[in-house]
Ligand binder design. Structure first.
Ligand code: ADP
Ligand code: MG
Length: 632
């Protein structure tokens, strides 16, 4: 996998992403923040009444008249607690709505942006980590908002409130308390910043484990067939152990931070009371002041104790969000140009002129490649595997973009039209079709969203899907398993053909569209394909040369270059040509084969390089070999 180079993502980009999703709900956020501020102001004021309460009790001479004052005080405290109670309830319920709604929007935004990334983007990323990143973005927002609403804002309000109150009563105490709180926060902040790199390591190790896990589960079949369970377990052990190491380091640092915090708290409690006793001795403060101090120290340390966790959570959220926001700020590699027109295919001429293309800038596939396909022409691309046939298809669909030259349809560069209109004009039956874990009906309907059930069934019949669908217990309602795993390759291919029939686009591309079918099914489908091809520009890529004999033109490609071009008969006339060689390899031994081991015969022929059978298989009775020769 190529490493994707992401744009630099900082707090700004992350907040922008959050704001975009949260914008419509900003009134909810304001309500929550307002309630939380009111609650915390009330929580700073309440201890003042406790102070007054105790001072009143101690100064009491006449209990009866004092009790009236005391009752007044507890009524006020009751009222303040009522405000606190109400404020918390409002904040909680409104926050529930705010967090869930914004998380959903974030997921939707991430999903949509992700799906518009290019083909190469997905080839260079693990499915598992992408899934995780989308989820983590929402989780990160959830955590971040929660911490800010329930910890950061209360802490700020408390510090300011306590500072103001104490500075009216005893400025020195206020100074010490604030200085200490500042020291506490600075210490936490410094440690957290230093620890950030370990947190990012934890997140990365986490992603890696998920990636390996998902990759292995996707390939479980190969793992078992090649009996690689042990080596895969070994690989997984390596990544999970790396994950454990970085996780432990991060936890240890946190534990160390907590130890220092506890020391700081014990010290402030001692120092403040030591100072207060001095004041009390000099009769400067009352007993109520001790109560006030204790309430404030408790309130502040309670908030401050969580502060390191808050910073950690904020940074973790940052690391979590960063991974997805990177993807969301990475510009889409292939997108509509400004003012892109709709492609309307009139005649269906397709041309690649002077096209150069390399994978990942290094692996050159084409250099100055030219191919012109006339309107309605049916051409076949043949050549050894790796020649670049599928790449031509990808260039045509703009899954990749040429580094030089242009691809045109009806004289319009495909880069200047909208992707939707381009892809709407081309029906592709790919080499390997993956299906959604949805019903067969829905999977086939994917060819044309608004097709009626009847049309879907018709297309399925034309593509000979009914042969196997009728045998399924739930028929068209059968769910096909993840990626269509419950269907055979040939069955999936027929679904893909049915989709193409439904789509009925003016340009049709069959990339080894029948390679997984047995000869009998292929013959049946060939029928449907012939009908489908009528009046369309068609590009067929096929290993089995027998299937392309009727094409208007056959283009033989090798190593990204056109080496031969002509009709089937014309090409066969060239004894030295690659096409003739391929043809002989595939069919030469086949027509004379009478049920023996075809492959073995071919093998021996290949190794001896002798050509005893001189009759090329040009008879109509010819049936294609059911196993294409590897590598053609
Ligand atoms: P084929 O003619 O068999 O369809 P392709 O067009 O698929 O060949 O591939 C042409 C060349 O490009 C091959 O050498 C192949 O290995 C390489 N290639 C294909 N896809 C990628 C990719 N995503 N990244 C790098 N190289 C690729
Ligand atoms: Mg291919």
């Amino acid at each position: 996998m190529e490493k994707i180079i992401y744009p630099k993502v900082g707090i700004r980009e992350i907040l922008k992403t959050f704001w975009k999703a949260g914008g419509p709900y900003k009134w909810l956020l304001f309500t929550v923040v307002f309630s939380i501020i009111v609650v915390n102001i009330a929580e700073v004021i309440t201890p003042l009444y406790y102070k007054r309460f105790f001072d009143t009790v101690i100064a009491a001479t006449d209990r009866l008249s004092t009790s009236e004052s005391l009752i007044r005080i507890i009524f006020i405290i009751f009222g303040l607690n009522g405000i606190i109670w109400l404020g918390y309830r409002i904040a909680t319920f409104v926050e529930n709505k705010f967090l869930t709604a914004v998380s959903a929007t974030l997921r939707q935004n991430a999903f949509e942006y992700l799906l518009r990334h290019s083909y190469s983007f997905f080839s260079n990323n693990f499915t598992g980590s992408l899934v995780q990143r989308v989820n983590r973005l929402a989780r990160s927002f959830d955590r971040l908002s929660d911490k800010i609403i329930w910890n950061v804002i209360p802490l700020l309000v408390k510090i300011v409130g306590v500072g103001i109150v104490l500075s009216f009563l005893k400025p020195l105490v206020a100074g010490i308390m604030l200085g200490w709180a500042l020291l506490f926060m600075l210490f936490n902040y410094a440690v957290s910043v230093w620890k950030l790199k370990y947190d990012i390591q934890v997140a990365e190790a986490d992603s890696k484990t998920t990636g390996v896990l998902a990759d292995a589960i996707t390939n479980h079949h190969s793992i078992q067939l090649f009996t690689h369970v042990r080596s895969e377990v070994g690989l997984f052990r390596k990544v999970t152990e790396a994950q454990a190491t970085s996780h432990k380091k991060s936890l240890d640092i946190s534990a160390f931070v907590e130890a220092i915090q506890a020391l700081l708290i014990i010290t402030i409690e001692f120092a403040i009371f030591y100072l207060a006793i001095g004041y009390w001795t000099e009769n400067i403060i009352t007993v109520g002041f001790f109560v006030l101090l204790q309430a404030y120290i408790l309130g502040l340390t309670h908030r401050l104790w969580e502060f390191s966790r808050v910073i950690r959570d904020i940074y973790e959220s940052y690391a979590d969000a960063k991974e997805m926001v990177e993807i969301m700020t990475l510009p889409h590699e292939i997108k509509d140009v400004r003012g892109a027109k709709l492609l309307s295919v009139q005649s269906g001429r397709v041309s690649l002129s002077d096209v150069s293309f390399s994978f990942n800038q290094t692996r050159e596939v084409f250099s100055g490649f030219n191919l012109d396909i006339a309107p309605g022409e049916k051409i076949a691309l043949v050549g050894p595997s790796g020649a670049g046939k599928s790449t031509i298809v990808k260039l045509l669909l703009r899954l990749h973009e040429p580094s030089k030259g242009s691809v045109m349809i009806d004289g319009t560069a495909i880069s200047s039209v909208t992707l939707d209109s381009l892809r709407g004009a081309i029906a592709l039956v790919p080499q390997d079709t993956l299906l959604f874990h949805r019903s067969l009906l829905d999977n086939i309907r994917y060819g044309r969203e608004n097709a009626t059930d009847e049309e879907v069934r018709q297309a399925a019949t034309l593509a000979h899907c009914d042969d196997f669908i009728d045998n399924l217990e739930d028929g068209f309602a059968t769910f096909v398993g993840e990626r269509g795993i419950k269907l055979s390759g040939g069955e999936r291919q027929r679904v893909a053909i049915a989709r193409a029939i439904l789509k009925n686009a003016p340009i049709l591309i069959l990339d080894e569209a029948t390679s997984s079918l047995d000869s009998h099914s292929e013959m049946l489908i060939q029928d449907a394909l012939d009908t489908l091809m009528k009046g369309k520009t068609v590009i067929v890529i096929a290993h089995r040369l027998s299937t392309i004999r009727k094409m208007d033109r056959i283009v033989v490609i090798d190593g990204g270059k056109i080496v031969e071009t002509g009709t089937h008969d014309g090409l066969l006339a060239n004894e030295e040509g690659l096409y003739k060689k391929l043809w002989m390899l595939q069919a030469g031994g086949f027509i004379q084969d009478t049920g023996g081991n075809t492959i073995a015969r071919k093998r021996s022929r290949l190794s001896s390089q002798s050509d005893e059978e001189e009759t090329p298989p040009e008879t109509e009775e010819f049936t294609s070999p059911s196993h294409p020769t590897e590598g053609i």
